[in-house]
Design a protein around this ligand. Structure first.
Ligand code: HEM
Length: 423
């Protein structure tokens, strides 16, 4: 690795979002980068992003560094490619994502959680919303109450944190070393696997429950390892908590948008609990959510490791190189978004001009794209509606800076206070 490439890697690693922002002056459709010893090609133009992602007969592709996730979720969809991937997508994930039972669970849990917050007391909203959304996910998956199982929540958090360090250089070696964090993460995997195995045995030998784990157990041909890994993977793939956190942060800064949002909630819902049937009528809330997905996309970049040469509109990218696309970069690209850094939900109004396709791709696209975008949007709209009916949120302390981890997090957390709304 030469000195310049090492320096690039350090600059990228120190702040990937600032690094990507710094590439906006480069007008090339495919920007070559040398991150350490890894050549990477950032695909910047929507028509090329489509060619890079919407390609059904990928190979030449491997999951690259994501393969290290096998230590936490062996055989999970995110570690597979080709036919094995597509069969997990169609037979395991699509049925799970089509089940909307989680929506009522989420509304009920959000209502209870919001009512438990003391008036005006500061909260760290990112971890609070993570534990709220995960408790709803857990209940939908297996009927249990994650709030009553703090050691299982802690185990999920260790696995979630590992998603960041496992893909770094030496991540797999670090997993095996007798370091405190590695030891705790390996123990967390064993604890969760044992919990899932117990619940699977109950469903096989006792009365079946009406939950997603039962759907998994009944999936023809599924292995025990796939059941465990799918269950645990849910808590890394669903990023609704990040989306809702950034929405509340951006709304707290914009009194006009917030007032218009509150008006919609009062008009469509009033005092009653939101249901899945309300999502279509909460059109302004949905516009706000899309604008947050544009400005602060929870998945900030996606990578495809090439196992063979790949020709992208005449540019041949050699085997061993990595194709990168970045919702963060493209959603802020002034070539496609005017006044790109301004928070403006009107961009997503029904009569607003559409940007080129794949200038906006918060859920990625193609065979490896997100398998739950519809569910994720409905979840975000309903959590926000339930919170916004009851509370107003204000930032406590300085504006948090976005920082790229597994998702985009507010550096130092999102310290906000909420007060009961007077209507
Ligand atoms: C706001 C919430 C969410 C966002 C922003 C999001 C975004 C994404 C993105 C960008 C990818 C990467 C695709 C790629 O590499 O091209 C992805 C993958 C995935 N998402 Fe989502 N997602 C969200 C919620 C969900 C939910 C609720 C589910 C549950 C069904 C889900 C299931 C998945 C799965 C299984 C994958 C792996 C895809 C694969 O490797 O084939 N996501 N998601």
């Amino acid at each position: 690795m030469n000195g310049r490439a090492a320096l690039e890697l350090v600059r990228f690693g120190a702040n990937p979002l600032a690094y990507l922002d710094g590439l906006h002056d480069d007008e090339r459709p495919i920007v070559p980068l040398m991150l350490g010893s890894q050549p990477v090609h950032l695909v910047t133009k929507p028509e090329h992003i489509a060619l890079a992602l919407e390609n059904d007969d990928w190979p030449p592709l491997s999951r690259g560094r994501l393969a290290a996730f096998r230590l936490w979720v062996p055989g999970s969809i995110v570690t597979t490619s080709g036919a094995e991937h597509h069969s997990q997508r169609d037979e395991i994930w699509k049925p799970l994502a089509a089940d909307t039972a989680i929506l009522d669970i989420l509304v009920e849990r959000t209502r209870r959680r919001a009512d438990s917050w003391a008036h005006g007391a500061p909260l760290e909203l990112f971890s609070e919303l993570q534990s709220l959304c995960w408790a709803a996910d857990w209940q939908a998956l297996c009927g249990g109450d994650l709030d009553a199982e703090p050691e299982l929540l802690a185990a999920l958090r260790l696995g979630y944190d590992a998603l960041v360090w496992l893909v770094l250089p030496f991540g797999e070696r670090r997993w095996r070393l007798p370091l405190p964090q590695s030891r705790r993460t390996r123990a967390a995997r064993d604890r969760l696997d044992a919990a899932v195995d117990r619940m699977v045995a109950e469903r096989r030998h006792g009365a079946a429950a009406d939950d997603l784990l039962t759907t998994l157990v009944r999936t023809p041909g599924i292995t025990d390892e796939q059941i465990r890994s799918t269950f645990k993977s849910w808590f890394g793939t669903s990023l609704v908590f990040a989306l809702v956190t950034w929405t509340l942060l951006l709304l707290a800064r914009d009194a006009d948008v917030e007032a218009r949002w509150h008006d919609e909630l009062d008009r469509v819902l009033g005092e009653r609990a939101a249901t899945a049937g309300d999502v279509d009528d909460l059109s302004y809330t949905t516009m706000v959510v899309h604008e947050v997905l544009r400005l602060v996309p929870p998945s900030w970049a996606l990578f495809r490791a090439l196992t063979g040469d790949y020709s992208l509109d005449g540019h041949v990218i050699p085997a061993g190189h990595v194709l990168a696309v970045s919702p963060w970069f493209t959603h802020r690209d002034p070539r496609y978004w005017s006044d790109a850094l301004r928070f403006d939900p009107e961009r997503f109004a029904p009569d607003a001009p559409s940007p080129p396709r794949l200038a906006y791709f918060p859920f990625s696209a193609g065979p490896y794209g997100c398998h739950g975008p519809k569910l994720a949007l409905a979840e975000a709209v309903l959590v926000l509606a339930t919170l916004g009916q009851r509370r107003s949120f204000r930032l406590v302390g300085p504006e948090p800076e976005p920082v790229a981890k597994w998702t985009v997090e507010p550096r130092g957390g999102a310290r906000m206070a909420s007060t009961a709304r007077r209507r």
